[in-house]
Design a protein around this ligand. Sequence first.
Ligand code: PXP
Length: 246
Amino acid sequence: MNTKLGVNIDHIATIRQARKALEPDPVAAAYIAESGGADGITIHLRSDRRHIQDRDLFLLRETVKTRLNVEMAATEGMISVIREARPDTVTLVPERPEELTTEGGLNVIKYEAEITKAIEIFQGEGINVSLFIDPDEEQIDKSISIGAAMVELNTAAYAEAVPSGLNEFDPGFVKCRDELRRVSSYAASGGLRVLAGHGLTYRNVYPVSSIPEMEELNIGHNIIARASLVGLKLAVEEMLAAMNPR
Ligand code: PXP
């Protein structure tokens, strides 16, 4: 079966918020990503609202035709907003205010109580819950024991092992790739659905997407970065046409 793709559109909102402008609108971006075949749309509603806004969440809930996945910290304030919006899935992530992006996986062992409570609340309301964790067997064991049905393995270390691309002979890369393979199989054998994401690019994606147990990847920055380049020629042509209409 093909590995599914959840497109993270946070950085469409990052461009908009850089000017506090109206465009580009994540709602339009989600529609275009779905037209390209995305299996789902992912957003991270951060506590500081630095990119995605509440307005985006509620409009996307109305317009996304595939599946809406919201990454969130398991705080009381966030839980109440998300319960109101009712996305298809929530992915619980750790959040630190000054971080540039999510820095690591959730520590399910340390924060067992808060995470268990959030899982119970969301699952009780028919919202799927995924836990974003590092590829680590102890985190998998704890995720299973607190009733998670799905995990997203953090591929940041894998991606950072060979930041400029893909070197299948780099020892650091091989170690991280093999760890992802081993932990995916371990998680699936314990009954978990297995997803992955963070730092994946056109160059490094295949060794992860081809892991047999891998159901879906969540990819954002590299897709939006590429879109900004492959769309630039047309955007310039359209501006010239607007300046000089025939
Ligand atoms: N998965 C999670 C849990 C994330 O926090 C992020 C970044 O928002 C991603 C996937 C996507 O990472 P990237 O933008 O590097 O593709």
